[in-house]
Design a protein. Structure first.
Lengths: 655, 177
């Protein structure tokens, strides 16, 4: 009976979402204050109902109710307790429910923490979010119900895909969705601003903290996904440009452009329409990503079965949300043009470079992701666009961003002189050039492109840190504004990421070889000795576990225990790589296939990956910068409309 | 005017996605261009005794299953129990197509995990696998007595596929003869 309660609860949430979408919206046009006031209670009630529904599905996993089809397909009585929680979102239906759960949490957060906003504007934001939720709930209930029963009930479950039995899976999807779905708030703010017509640029200031938080979550979500692929897939790669990854990367790129253009619009009023468009696009790309991943349009034949009905539904949903908002934009946006001009050398110009490049990058990733589909649609055969296309593209497009970044930080709004800027940036420029050249001389194998990447990373880091020093000197007090700290943190993270990327892309070494017990292999100054394998038993698998002693200059560095696991229920084998992480290098060993009968000779892969940690370290910095910027006190002040109150607001207050 | 461009761009995108959905639909209906086409020609040495050869012609007249595998292939190992179970039932003649593999490795693999195949052929340079359009192991083809491919399984064979797709087809071929 209980899982049916979950479904009923979800239906109730759908009704609540309808009310949330309808009544407050009507209220803002008719001036009915009671209708407007519904927005808060409906938002909170909806969130509660979805939490109940999600909780019931989780309970079905924890207590192993194999009469529920979704549970029977994705769990097993031997599944460890921790994974029973994460198994909830391991497949299609549950991950949609998680998506919805996070959406309603965001909506509830907006309802709770935006009391300072003008009443009408806030009601419209919540109503728009209500409609987004209606669409998603319909999608779940009509095409992907996780509460379906299995008749007759299964005695035993099929088990969770072993790839997903991992800490990474527990945390990666929720964080990623926090980002993805969080952009719906910026979207709703933009739509509400368009509906209001005359709200001008205030909406940008109001939506900034929400956008920053969503963006920070997306940053760490993507980084965790990449880290998970690195240690779990067993081939040492950390980014594969596959459609699923691109789907999360596109909103990040446009989101990055958005947080920068918001700054311009808030401070200077320029780029107003552009900011609107970016806010609409960011969430649209999140939805497009969901469509691409869930419809089977781009997944390969080897992936999970696709379901065209689901595809049609998401496409229709996408059409309504994106098409509707862009139509609104086409109709209303011109009225909102405002803001002053700016000179060729000014902070606006450099932020424009940022915006253009990030938008172009996103467009290129979109093209690369959809290109195989286009070729297929034209009947010209099947192709796939891989790392060569994306790699080349990013190398070239990163150049203008990296060059412009420090200059943009130093430059003044509206107008600046190139003489002043070059004077101030002389030292960061020389230092970064020295760092890059130094690395190149010490490690000639790095090559020109990567050496240039290290120089660029150093340029961004040194330039950012010098700016803090510059402020301290100028102000002669030790207090740096939190916003500058946040910006510096994120930009330093970008530099750290760049250095890690450049170092690891050309200095990594890898070797696939056959090793018998007792064999030794030397790589990058480390000696890897294979001691042989033994059988290890886990809760729901048995594994061949290899033991490697790694020594350097005859001193033991570490012992590594890579595993080859066999999961009993589904009969799949999994490679569990062993990694010795380090600040300047990772040592990575994974077991391939046994090459003789008694299991003493194995195919082994050994990797030495310098500076790979810096990639994720950079992402952590970037994320922290985002959260710090969102926490800025200035966003918590009373949010008033700077322009004279709109006609509609007056109407409401009068009634 | 420019404010309408985003909408137009999106409309184009939607058209592309609709076409994409249609294609995805077709993909699930028509899994391989080789279905209902004759088996590609092959003439390969037997794995254990290379002086013997088996060709497409010598297999005509009975339904058979061609299972592409390699000792380097993790999924083949996972699939192995299903093939073994199918072999036990003696329902259909199974040809193991060992491709891009060293003979010793392949023999060791069969010795370690058991040999379910009625005959194992060695496609050392993978040429036959290319003719079959195999791009990842394992892949399995069901061939009817006239030498026509009637079913193809991409990736791991599951018992569900054996019961729902392969055995009924084999049964209908035998009753038809």
């Amino acid at each position: 009976m209980t899982v049916e309660l979950g479904q009923i609860s979800l239906l109730a949430a759908l009704l609540t979402a309808f009310v949330l979408g309808l009544l407050p919206m009507i209220g803002t046009y008719t001036g009915n204050r009671r209708f407007i006031a519904v927005s808060t209670s409906a938002s909170l009630l909806q969130c509660l109902l979805v939490i109940i529904s999600f909780g019931i599905l989780t309970a079905a996993f924890v207590f192993q109710d194999f009469s529920v089809e979704y549970v029977a397909r994705n769990s097993n009585s031997l599944l460890p307790m921790g994974y029973r929680y994460s198994a909830v979102w391991s497949a299609h239906e549950g991950s949609l429910l998680l998506w919805e759960l996070i959406l309603t949490i965001w909506i509830a957060a907006v309802a709770l923490f935006s009391k300072r906003l003008p009443e009408v504007f806030r009601a419209r934001v919540l109503a728009v979010l209500g409609w987004i939720s209606v669409g998603f709930l319909l999608f779940i209930l009509l095409t992907s119900n996780p509460f379906g029963r299995l008749i007759p009930s299964a005695a035993e479950g099929l088990d969770l895909n072993p790839l997903l039995q991992d800490f990474g899976l527990i945390v990666h999807p929720p964080l990623l969705y926090m980002g993805y779905v969080g952009f719906s708030v910026a979207f709703a703010f933009a739509v509400a601003a368009l509906l209001g017509g005359e709200v001008s640029r205030d909406w940008v200031r109001w939506s900034r903290p929400w956008t920053l938080v969503a963006w920070a979550f997306l940053t760490i979500g993507i980084a965790l996904g990449s880290w998970w692929a690195y240690y779990e897939l067993g081939w040492g790669g950390y980014w594969f440009w596959d459609p699923v990854e691109n789907a999360s990367f596109m909103p990040w790129l446009v989101g990055t452009a958005l947080i920068h253009s918001q700054a311009v619009t808030e401070k200077r009023g320029a780029f107003g329409n552009w900011t609107l468009l970016l806010a609409l696009s960011t969430f649209s790309l999140s939805l497009l990503g969901t469509f691409l991943v869930r419809s089977g349009v781009l997944t390969s034949v080897h992936a999970f079965a696709s379901d065209p009905t689901r595809g049609i539904f998401i496409l229709a949903y996408l059409g309504v949300v994106v098409g509707g908002s862009l139509t609104l934009y086409a109709a209303r946006a011109p009225k909102m043009i405002q803001g002053g001009g700016f000179a060729g050398v000014s902070r606006e110009t450099f932020l424009l470079v940022n915006n253009l490049v990030f938008a172009v990058l996103a467009a290129m990733v979109l093209t690369g992701t959809l290109y195989p589909l286009l070729i297929d649609a034209l009947g010209a055969g099947k192709i796939s666009v891989g790392p060569p296309y994306f790699g080349l593209l990013f190398t070239w497009l990163l150049i203008p961003i990296v060059l412009a970044l420090p200059i943009g930080i130093y430059s003044r709004w509206q107008q600046d002189s190139s003489g002043r800027l070059s004077g101030m940036l002389r030292w960061p420029f020389l230092i970064s050039l020295m760092v890059g050249t130094g690395v190149w001389i010490m490690q000639p194998a790095i090559g020109f492109v990567s050496a240039a990447g290290v120089t660029g990373g150093a340029w961004v880091i040194v330039g950012s840190l010098f700016y803090v020093g510059h402020l301290l000197k100028k102000k002669s007090s030790l207090r740096i504004p939190a916003s500058v700290l946040a910006m510096t943190l994120a930009h330093v993270g970008m530099g750290v990421f760049l250095i890690g990327l450049s170092m690891t892309s050309t200095l990594s070494t890898e070797k696939h070889l056959r090793m018998d017990a007792g064999d030794k292999y030397e790589m990058a100054g480390y000696t890897f000795e294979f001691l042989g394998t033994s059988i290890v038993r886990g809760p729901n698998y048995t594994a061949d576990q290899g033991e490697f002693v790694v020594t350097r200059n005859d001193r033991e560095v570490t012992r590594l225990y890579p595993q080859k696991r066999e999961y009993a229920q589904r009969g799949n084998t999994m490679t569990e790589a062993a990694i010795d992480p380090g600040f300047t290098r990772d040592l990575y060993v994974s077991l391939g296939e046994p090459l003789d009968q008694n299991g003493q000779a194995w195919a082994v892969r050994i990797y030495h990956k310098p500076f790979i940690r810096w990639i994720w370290l950079g992402a952590i910095f970037i994320m922290s910068g985002g959260f710090l910027a969102a926490a800025n006190k200035r966003y918590r002040r009373k949010m008033t409309v700077k322009q004279p109150a709109t006609a509609k607001t007056r109407e409401v207050t009068a009634s | 005017m420019s404010r309408i461009f985003p909408l137009l761009g999106f409309a184009l995108l939607v058209v592309l996605l609709v076409v994409g959905l249609k294609i995805a639909d077709r993909k699930t209906n028509l899994p391989s261009p080789l279905i209902d086409k004759p088996v590609p020609a092959f003439d390969l040495p037997v794995l254990a005794s290379p002086e013997q050869r088996v060709s497409k012609e010598s297999l005509l007249g009975k339904p058979y299953l061609v299972n592409f595998w390699g000792s380097w292939c993790v999924t083949c190992r996972a699939e192995h129990p299903v093939v073994t179970e199918l072999a036990k039932r003696n329902a259909v003649y199974i040809v193991g197509m060992n491709f891009r593999d060293e003979t010793e490795d392949a023999m060791a693999w069969l010795k370690r995990w058991g040999n379910p195949y009625d005959v194992s052929l060695s496609d050392f340079d993978g040429r036959v696998s290319i003719d079959f359009g195999v791009y990842a192991a394992p892949e399995t083809f069901l061939v009817d007595p006239s030498g026509t491919i009637v079913f193809k399984q991409l990736g791991q064979l599951t018992w569900e596929v054996v019961e729902n797709e392969i055995l009924p087809r084999v049964a209908s071929m035998e009753s038809g003869n």
